[in-house]
Design a protein around this ligand. Structure first.
Ligand SMILES: Cc1ncc(COP(=O)(O)O)c(C=O)c1O
Length: 447
């Protein structure tokens, strides 16, 4: 599929399209001026829109519509097809479709019996959902720092945060790149703690040849509109363990039918809710899955090409991939910006200059541990009742993350996955935009 058919800029990044392509090199071969200084754009700005679709989606949806089986409790042909297909892609025995990535995580923690008095450890650099699912169970979210080279959870900080109250580890494969799976799993094993993989951004990412979502007690995936596998809203749980899978299945279906394939079987004392996926969601996922592997391959090839070029630009460093990484999903392409190599130009100006070049990018997550929304937990009446004021004040003190403070505010830049669905020329133009900006940083700084 030709991305230039999709003359629709990523709504997620909210960046407008450039009207005409342009050249970043002058005819003399010298580097052209940056667009912010009146030069031509490095890229026409026509990166792929998202989602991509064709008649496959329409056909799959119409089949569900006309079948009259719209929910999971009927024949569930589309859902069963999706669960089997995605399980085969991940190389796991079990996949359970659910309504979102958040509900996948919430269900896993529920099936683990996480509740008041328990502590769950998660990284600071993540989407707020990773934190919210812990508080929804009235457990204490313990926020730990990241490895600033990768922006992934720092295993040392994670191990240090373990206390007798720790009930689970909740690391995140952020940006779709695996965290240090070997070290995290080793710590989980050493302390006899379940590892729940937040793989919401990491469809088909792999560690030493095995897909993420197959290492911990369970993995959670999101199919929200921006994700590499997308049905608007949706999610899935991947699981290697037969019994734990039954607990997840039961929790997601009002605590019913724990030990049987029949959804109508009575509950067995486990708590529960309804986060069942619909047949419409599964139909779209089945259609989108027909392209997932080819898209993942293209993203990886383009990311490798781009990283090779960016590594040659002083002050630009692609986010580190750990040695065991055999594939990143590249939901986001993250790189670090060092302003000292750009004449001291602040990150915001760099981003404005990149956007002007037709290359959409932005800063990513901030400092979740300092958000009012998060610190307010220390004053939440239920938390004060469960944990007491002293513990909640100590909790505020525990959440310091100096690596993240610096990296998230001064250094990290995101580009969105659709930009990696383009051509080698697109990658060359992205790199060229940075070279132009670097060359003219002194002038740009003062605009
Ligand atoms: C790391 C991470 N965890 C959890 C979620 C929650 O997924 P959803 O939006 O499908 O509920 C997301 C979604 O953006 C995410 O990126």
């Amino acid at each position: 599929m030709d991305k230039r058919q999709f003359l629709k800029t990523s709504a997620i990044l909210g960046v407008g399209l450039a009207a005409t392509p342009s050249l970043s090199f002058c005819s003399t071969g010298t580097v052209a001026k940056p667009a912010l200084l009146g030069g031509p754009k490095a890229h026409p700005g026509d990166f792929s829109g998202w989602p991509l679709q064709d008649s496959t989606e329409e056909k799959a949806l119409m089949e569900v519509l006309n079948s009259g089986e719209w929910g999971r409790l009927g024949t569930a042909a589309a859902t069963k097809g999706f669960e089997q297909g995605y399980a085969a892609m991940l190389g796991v025995p079990h996949v359970l479709g659910v309504t979102s990535g958040t509900s996948a995580l919430y269900t896993i923690l529920g099936a683990l019996g996480i509740g008041p008095g328990d502590e769950v450890i998660l990284p600071v650099y993540t989407f707020i959902a990773t934190y919210n699912v812990v508080t929804l169970h009235y457990a204490l979210p313990i926020i730990v720092d990241i490895d600033p080279e990768s922006m992934q959870i720092d295993p040392v900080a994670m191990e240090k945060a373990i206390t007798p109250q720790t009930a689970a580890l909740l690391p995140v494969h952020i940006a779709g790149s695996p965290f240090d799976v070997d070290r995290v799993m080793e710590i989980g094993k050493k302390h006899n703690l379940p590892v729940v993989e937040d793989a919401c951004q990491a469809h088909l990412a792999a560690w030493k040849g095995k897909k993420v979502g197959s290492f911990g007690i369970a993995g959670a995936f999101s199919f929200q509109a921006s994700k590499n596998l997308n049905c608007g809203e949706g999610g899935a749980i991947s699981c290697m363990d037969d019994n734990f899978f039954k607990s997840c299945r039961s929790f997601h279906h009002q605590g019913q039918g724990a030990n049987t394939a029949a959804f109508s079987a009575p509950g067995e004392g486990i708590r529960g809710t309804n986060v069942r996926i619909t047949e419409f969601q599964s139909a779209i996922l089945n259609a989108q899955m027909t392209r997932l592997e080819a898209q993942a391959k293209l993203r990886s090839e383009n990311a490798a090409y781009l990283s090779k070029m960016l590594n040659d630009i002083p002050g630009i460093t692609p986010a580190k991939l750990y040695k065991g990484t055999t594939n990143s999903a590249y939901h986001l392409y993250m790189f670090k910006y060092d302003k000292t190599r750009f004449d001291g130009m602040e990150l915001d100006k760099f981003i404005a200059a990149m956007n002007a070049e037709g290359v959409p990018c932005g800063t990513g997550y901030g400092q979740m541990n300092k958000d009012d929304y998060v610190t307010g937990l220390a004053k939440n009446k239920h938390y004060l009742k469960i944990y007491g004021e002293k513990t909640m004040n100590e909790w505020l003190e525990r959440n310091h993350c100096p690596n993240n403070d610096k990296a998230s505010s001064e250094e990290v830049v995101w580009m969105f996955q659709t930009m990696l669905l383009g051509s080698k020329t697109d990658m060359e133009q992205i790199a060229e935009a940075m070279r132009k900006i670097q060359k003219y940083a002194k002038e740009l700084k003062n605009t």
